[in-house]
Design a binder for this molecule. Structure first.
Ligand SMILES: Cc1cc2nc3c(=O)[nH]c(=O)nc-3n(C[C@H](O)[C@H](O)[C@H](O)COP(=O)(O)O)c2cc1C
Length: 484
C-alpha cells in the first residue's frame, strides 16, 4: 500500500467505499464545514466536493477522519505496525543484535532507513503551472470559511515549510493560514511550535525575510507528517519517508530557496517578515471554542505553483472529535516508543478526543517507589509539546487508560485529593482560553495509582475485587444450564 500522491489515495479510498463524491453544488462558506462535521462525528467517509460554487476545482475533506483511514494514509492496516517498527529501531540503540541473521536484518533495516531520505527531483507535478506576480492569487482556491464567527477563510491543511535561519535545518508543520487578501495570509504557528522558533531566530538575526512554503496535498503520509510533534531538528519530510518506506520526492521552489513535496497539488511560495505581525482569528478551533484574535506573522505570497488539475485539500475542526483527533492519535501511538525511551516506566498513554491533546493525558506506569507518579508527570511536562498538557492523570500498569469509564472509576476510588493532586505552573497552549495569562498557566497532576507506605498514609491499600479463576471457569462451563 504505497501512495505517490493525493489522487492515488482518493482512488484507493473510493475503491474501499471510504470516499464519497458530491456533485450537488455547495458553498465553501459554512456549508462544507457542516457536512464534514456531521460525517466525522458519525464515522462517515472522506468527501470530494466536485461542485464548489464559483470554482472548477474540487475540495477534499475528511481523508483522515477515521483511525483506519489514517493507517492507510501511512501505508499500513494498523498504525501499531509503525510503532512496532519504531520500537525495533530503538532496540538497536540498546545494544547490538545477537546472531548473524539478526545482524544482517539490522543492516537491512538501516539501509532501508538511508534509502528513505528525501530525494531531490528536477521537474515535478506540483509545478505544472507556475503563477507569479498578479497571477499568484489565492482567490483561485475554494478556501473554506468554517464557522459563523470566523474572521474569514482559512487554509487549514497546509504543510508549512521553513528553515532555521541559523542552522539551516528544515521544519514542516501544519499551521492554519487566515486569508487576508489575494496575496497575504496569517501564519498561525503557535509560540511553542518550531515555525515560531524560526521566526524568533529570524528576528534575533535581524533577517529581512524568512522564506516559507506552504504545500497542499502530496502523498498522504507526508501530508500527515506536518502534524507530528517531532523534536525541532528532525525533518518531518525525512520522517514521512521512513514511515512510507520510500523517499519523498522534493523539488526546489521557483521563487524561494526551499524544497516542497514534488507530488503536492498546490504550493504557495512566499515569506514572512521578522517583526511583522497582524491580528489573526477568531477561528472556530479544535478546542470547541473560537480561539481569540491574537497577533501572528503575515505570510506574503511570491508565487503559486500547482498541478494542471489540482484538488484543494482541506479540513475543519470544532467541538471534538474532528479530523485532527484521528491524525493526532496516530502520532500518540507512533511516538509512544520514543517517549518510553526517555521515560521507560510508561506502559501506555491515551490522549482522548475530549482532551484535545493539550488538556489532559492519561498515562499508566510501572510504579516502583513513592512519588513515582509525580516523577512521570514532571518528566512529561519537560518533554517537547507535552509541556503544554494541562492535566496528567497517572495510573498503575494494569489499568486500561483507553477505557475512560475505568479511568474515571479509578480516579474517584484512588485519590485523596489533598495528597494526590499536584498543581504546578508552566507554559500553556496558545489556544488555552482558560489560562489566566496568555501562554502561561497552572497544571494539574492527579496520582491515581495505588499508594504504598511512605506516601502519606499508614493504612493498608485494599485488594481489587476479582472473582477466582476456578469459579469463572465453572460458570463458563455451566453457562447454558442457567438459561440466561
Ligand atoms: C488539522 C491541524 C491543524 C493544525 N493547526 C495548527 C495551527 O494553526 N497552529 C499550530 O501551531 N499548530 C497547529 N496544529 C498542530 C501542529 O501541526 C503540531 O503541533 C505539529 O507538531 C507542529 O509541528 P512542529 O513541531 O514542527 O512545530 C494543527 C494540527 C492539525 C492536525
Amino acid at each position: 500500500m504505497k501512495f505517490q500522491d493525493l489522487r492515488q489515495f482518493v482512488s484507493f479510498l473510493e475503491e474501499r467505499g471510504e470516499l464519497k463524491r458530491i456533485a450537488a453544488p455547495v458553498s465553501r462558506d459554512l456549508e462544507i464545514c457542516e457536512i464534514a462535521d456531521r460525517m466525522v462525528k458519525s464515522g462517515g467517509p472522506a468527501l470530494l466536493f466536485e461542485n464548489v460554487e464559483g470554482f472548477d476545482m474540487p475540495a477534499l475533506i475528511n481523508i483522515y477522519g477515521s483511525h483506519q483511514r489514517v493507517a492507510w494514509a501511512l501505508g499500513v492496516e494498523d498504525v501499531e505496525e509503525i510503532a512496532a517498527r519504531v520500537r525495533k529501531l530503538i532496540g538497536l540503540t540498546q545494544g547490538p543484535p545477537a546472531g548473524l541473521v539478526n545482524k544482517l536484518r539490522t543492516l537491512g533495516d538501516l539501509a532501508g532507513l538511508a534509502r528513505s531520505q528525501p530525494k531531490m527531483v528536477r521537474s515535478a507535478p506540483c509545478q505544472e503551472v507556475v503563477l507569479t506576480g498578479d497571477d499568484a492569487n489565492l482567490d483561485r482556491f475554494p478556501i473554506l470559511k468554517c464557522w459563523p464567527e470566523d474572521a474569514g477563510r482559512f487554509i487549514t491543511l497546509p504543510l508549512v515549510i521553513s528553515r532555521d535561519p541559523v542552522t539551516g535545518r528544515r521544519n514542516v508543520g501544519t499551521y492554519r493560514m487566515q486569508v487576508y487578501d489575494r496575496r497575504t495570509t496569517g501564519m498561525h504557528w503557535q509560540s511553542h511550535k518550531v515555525g515560531a522558533r524560526h521566526f524568533r531566530a529570524g528576528e534575533q538575526a535581524r533577517a529581512e525575510r524568512l522564506e516559507v512554503a506552504a504545500a497542499l496535498g502530496g502523498d498522504p503520509a507526508t501530508m500527515w507528517a506536518g502534524s507530528m510533534p517531532l523534536p525541532p531538528d528532525m525533518d518531518e519530510i525525512a520522517a514521512a519517508g521512513v514511515i512510507r518506506q520510500e523517499p519523498v520526492e522534493v523539488v526546489r521552489c521557483k521563487t524561494i530557496d526551499l524544497e516542497a513535496p514534488a507530488h503536492a497539488e498546490i504550493v504557495l511560495e512566499g515569506y514572512v517578515v521578522p517583526g511583522e505581525t497582524r491580528a489573526e482569528g477568531p477561528f472556530g478551533d479544535h478546542t470547541g471554542y473560537y480561539s481569540l484574535p491574537d497577533e501572528y506573522p503575515v505570510f506574503h505570497l511570491t508565487a503559486i505553483t500547482h498541478r494542471r488539475d489540482p484538488i484543494y485539500p482541506t479540513t475543519m475542526v470544532g467541538r471534538p472529535p474532528s479530523e485532527d483527533f484521528f491524525m493526532g492519535k496516530a502520532s500518540e501511538r507512533i511516538m509512544l516508543p520514543a517517549l518510553q525511551l526517555t521515560i521507560p516506566e510508561v506502559v501506555d498513554m491515551n490522549m482522548p478526543a475530549e482532551g484535545i491533546f493539550t488538556n489532559y493525558v492519561l498515562v499508566s506506569i510501572r510504579k516502583e517507589y513513592p512519588g513515582h507518579a509525580q516523577k512521570v508527570m514532571y518528566a512529561l511536562w519537560g518533554l517537547g509539546q507535552m509541556a503544554l498538557v494541562k492535566g496528567i492523570v497517572v495510573f498503575d500498569a494494569h489499568v486500561n487508560v483507553h477505557d475512560l469509564s475505568e479511568a474515571a472509576w479509578r480516579v474517584g476510588a484512588n485519590i485523596d485529593p489533598k495528597r494526590d493532586i499536584l498543581f504546578v505552573d508552566g507554559p500553556a497552549d496558545d489556544l488555552d482560553h482558560a489560562a489566566s495569562t496568555p501562554r502561561f498557566g497552572s497544571k494539574i497532576g492527579i496520582d491515581a495509582t495505588a499508594k504504598g507506605a511512605n506516601e502519606g498514609r499508614s493504612r493498608e491499600w485494599p485488594a481489587e475485587i476479582v472473582m477466582s479463576g476456578e469459579i469463572k471457569s465453572l460458570v463458563d462451563r455451566r453457562w447454558t444450564e442457567y438459561g440466561l
